[in-house]
Design a protein around this ligand. Sequence first.
Ligand code: TMP
Length: 259
Amino acid sequence: MARRRQIYEGKAKILYEGPEPGTLIQYFKDDATAFNAQKKGTISGKGVLNNRISEHIFTLLGHIGVPTHFIRRLNMREQLIRQVEIVPIEVVVRNVAAGSLSKRLGIEEGTQLPRTIVEYYYKDDALGDPLISEEHIACFGWASQEEMHDIADMAIRVNDFMSGLFAGIGIRLVDFKLEFGRIWENDFSRIILADEISPDGCRLWDRESGEKLDKDRFRRDLGGEVEAYQEVARRLGLLPEGIDNAVLDLEKHRKRRGK
Ligand code: TMP
């Protein structure tokens, strides 16, 4: 096969040129980073699980009318997506206090918030993705008022849908991060959901035990990362006993042999 042109490499994913104009291939790596890449590691099998989990959630969101970049999954680690112009804002939705919110405001982790909070961070690694307000977004022209209206609206719809989805499988959706992109049609652009939705960018706590089933296992050195991601996939019905586990084991072997 001809070598594909790499468009971009991020911390957990690589983007390649797609088969048609306006498409890209999104490849999910096993690499994990935290604290703006000050902590680095690999979680063997994570890419396979995130590809599958993100496919599932984006497909369901598409069914309820949330436009997304997802077209279809191609193989274990890759999906075909629409090329977008990424809006340089990370949108964080919070239902329960945790992480940076708890730290910044001194609110105990696990405190149920009286209302959902939507926060914006400026996507800039050199600056450490600082928290910003809509005033900054408007002032510096990172997105228009109309785009921000659509983004906030979609973020809330995604939250409502995902809270229910995870509640149904005994998981508390504490918070998560979304990214959006612009697609151009003639002279008009519209906003669609981009990036991924996976345990890398969500806090998912088991409803009964409070056990963390997300990247905080890596951030906080708790261990059992891949098992936690696998548990999320299993509860979502994405890991029929035996089959995908065998595939994941194969992947692990492949990794160990350094292929
Ligand atoms: P925070 O509490 O560290 O601000 O994180 C809030 C949520 O956003 C959490 O679910 C993890 C996710 N997140 C990312 O996906 N990428 C990031 O770079 C950060 C800081 C958080």
